[in-house]
Design a protein around this ligand. Structure first.
Ligand code: NAD
Length: 248
């Protein structure tokens, strides 16, 4: 009797209309998954999905604001169990001193970067089966840094959440890991002035912001069946900047 072909693994990527999320959606589709790209920006998402189709990738698109539990719940209900969830949607802000961050700005960052990850992961995990993979996009920033303490705190929360979820979900055969990028060449860097961006890029080991594909490659590995023994980890994809600066 001929062996039955396995159905493709189903993946959902948040914040996939551009930047790192778009690269992840493309890579997971290339790896043979059935990918649903989601984003709060419906227009940008439609353009991204159409571009992907022209490149030969049949990626579906669905608008989704990760801050709305009702939207998340409704979408996941229609999708049924997922094999892979990538919590990529995130926001930053211009550089602000700790003392100048308003309560409203702190709430804005946390609602997307922390609550958004929490809610999507929680609702998806309810239906996920054995072999499921959750990958959360943190940031090297979680280690600390000046000028964005609210962003730093939000990404440290993503790391804490990743580790806590990994412990609770491992009994169900689900892994939860985080990828923490260094500086990546996306629209998120538009928050910096050109001189500030150049100065930040000079401090990267490679001397420039990384290609989003480098993050997509790490996410693709952690999303694969091969990564079953990796759980509760934070993979820093930053050219090694987090290990230390070179000697003077
Ligand atoms: P980006 O701004 O290019 O893309 C972010 C995407 O998220 C956008 O398409 C945006 O519409 C979407 N989004 C924003 N709010 C949303 C919401 N409420 N619901 C759904 N989607 C929403 O940024 P990027 O650089 O591709 O960032 C992706 C992730 O990588 C973020 O979590 C970010 O914090 C993280 N990151 C980026 C860098 C970098 O240097 N670019 C470094 C470290 C970590």
């Amino acid at each position: 009797m001929a062996a039955q072909a396995r159905p493709p693994r189903k993946a959902l990527v948040t914040g996939a209309a551009r930047g790192i999320g778009l690269a992840i959606a493309r890579q997971l589709a290339q790896d043979g998954m059935q990918v649903l790209a989601t984003d709060v920006d419906a227009q940008a998402l439609a353009m991204a999905v159409s571009d992907l189709a022209q490149q030969g990738f049949a990626v579906a698109g669905e608008p989704l604001d990760v801050c709305s539990r009702a939207e998340v719940r409704a979408l996941l209900h229609t999708l049924g169990p997922l094999d892979v969830v990538v919590n990529n949607a995130g926001i930053a802000s211009r550089l602000l001193a700790f003392g100048d961050i308003a309560a409203s700005e702190l709430r804005r960052i946390f609602s997307v970067n922390v609550s958004g990850v929490f809610v999507v992961a929680q609702e998806a995990a309810r239906q996920m089966k054995e072999g499921g993979r959750i990958v959360n996009i943190a940031s090297r920033g979680y280690l600390g840094g000046a000028g964005a303490s609210h962003y730093v705190a939000s990404k440290a929360a993503v790391v804490g959440l990743t580790r806590a979820m990994a412990i609770e979900l491992r009994w169900r055969g689900i892994t939860v890991n985080a990828v923490a990028p260094g500086m990546v060449d996306t629209r998120m860097l538009d928050d910096f002035s050109a001189p500030m961006r150049r100065s930040l890029e000079r401090r990267e080991p490679s001397g420039s912001a990384a290609d989003p594909q480098t993050i997509a490659d790490a996410v693709a590995f952690l999303s694969s069946a091969r990564a079953a023994q990796i759980n509760g980890q934070v993979l820093l994809v930053d050219g090694g900047k987090s290990v230390g600066m070179p000697p003077l």
